[in-house]
Ligand binder design. Sequence first.
Ligand code: NOJ
Length: 563
Amino acid sequence: MIDDLWYKNGVFYCLSIGTYMDANGEGIGDFKELLRRLDYLHGLGVTAIWLMPFQPSPGKDDGYDISDYYGVDQRYGTLGDFVEFTHGCRQRGIRVIIDLVVNHTSDAHPWFRDARSSPDSQHRDWYVWADKKPASANKGMVFPGVQKSTWTYDKEAKAWFFHRFYDFQPDLNTSNPYVQAEILKIMGFWIQLGVSGFRMDAVPFVISTKGSKVTTPIEQYDMLRSLREFLQWRQGNAIILAEANVLPETDMEYFGKDGDRMHMMFNFHVNQNLFYAMASADSRPLAKALAATKPRPASAQWGLFLRNHDELDLGRLTKAQRDVAFKSFGPDKDMQLYDRGIRRRLAPMLGGDRRRLELAYSLMCTLPGTPVIRYGDEIGMGDNLALPERNCARTPMQWSTEPQAGFTESDKPCSPVIDEGPYGYEHINVAKQRRDPNSMLNWTERIIRMRKEVPEIGWGDFRVIATRDPAILAIRYDWRNNSVLFVHNLDEKPRETSFSVGLAGDEGKHLINLLSEDHSEANNRGKHTLMLEAYGYRWYRVGGLDYLLKRTDIDGVNANHPE
Ligand code: NOJ
């Protein structure tokens, strides 16, 4: 049955092995200890782990500069440890997806070393070269302010090479059939070791034409179909989750009109508008973003996130909107990055205000898609703005009040543990929050459990319900003869709101609150009136709790849902 697709209604958790847990006391996390921590993630209820790069790497871009695609960096363990880890995940019903970073390699990769050694080398054409400095060398930098150029002269090669990202990340010539074949081989290798798919890095750049004469890169979308075909042939239920911060009009090119390209994409468009909506208490641009990203094939899914390991990229908002978001969430220059984003973690951005954190999480869990949680956000971890660029939000996981937050026995962790201020590990840590029934951690666990019990979000059709109050966002989902409704108050003040659920007959009369006892009955004109506290949210099942009895086994049978 099509509703077997595991990624459609899961909860993903993203973690970086190096900063998660260290067993050997070397100051850097490793697979052995991660394996021991799996019961924590199992208890939290996440259904899939997205593991950030762990392959051998000089580590100049947090592992996104790979020097061997077929190994595990020795600091994190061995291939054997990795397989034990994927096995442990499988035993607990947790899927693993890993990063597929094939737009570029590290300049330390043997392919690049060979390529630069001679124009006749076997790997020369695996990269993108020019004899003279291309006219476009000062254009298209992904890290403005830090990255100076997209072409760099290599003395050994006596030629210029192209790099969309930092100069130690030479771009692979992804149009070269040998490179394409190697990418498939990399996928096949990790699939064989137990992963269920890939978070594919920088997809628009992977599929773009590259070269000194390319003035406007063209995306070769067919490449996406080849990747998918290969993957599905090797393992039917594996997926690709694309990192592609693109405009809504190109979404379908990535998903494929017949659902034959990417299974999932991160919804960057909704992400930016969500932060703007929270900053301005105006849900309208968010509702627009939801409408703009609505078209997708039935088997495709959005990845819904709040923060990730990069900066919060607000580059697609208008300047005025971006300024509003900056003012609320990252007013100081050192909180901002690359002229477009905010580099902080979620909790400090929201002033550590539990009501706002819950609101943000509740939105992430109830907007169309599969939520993707960043490690540490479940306990409300903070950032360290003294660390450069994006590193400020990549500090070690805070497990306990033990030295170094229980992350390592070494007194030299790979990245400093946050040890002072309100987000210091003595205040914010897993051990403490485990014991406190009202902690952020226990709240997150409950919300994940409830999210998984509402497949209508992952599978159903949605519509934004009119409330005539911009601060209120109300969304209804319909699926297989059931409906759910979510109402959020983005404002710092309480709001009374009134709306009709929009279903035929008596169907929308009762709203059963899934998180507390305050259910709602419509008045005799079919309208519900709710009093939402500041930043309040409500999760309702429409009708009653007998929904499982009502649920049909196939789509399109919505007796009470004539729309
Ligand atoms: C996107 C990743 O999320 C980011 O962390 C990295 O720097 C670039 N791709 C380059 O791989």
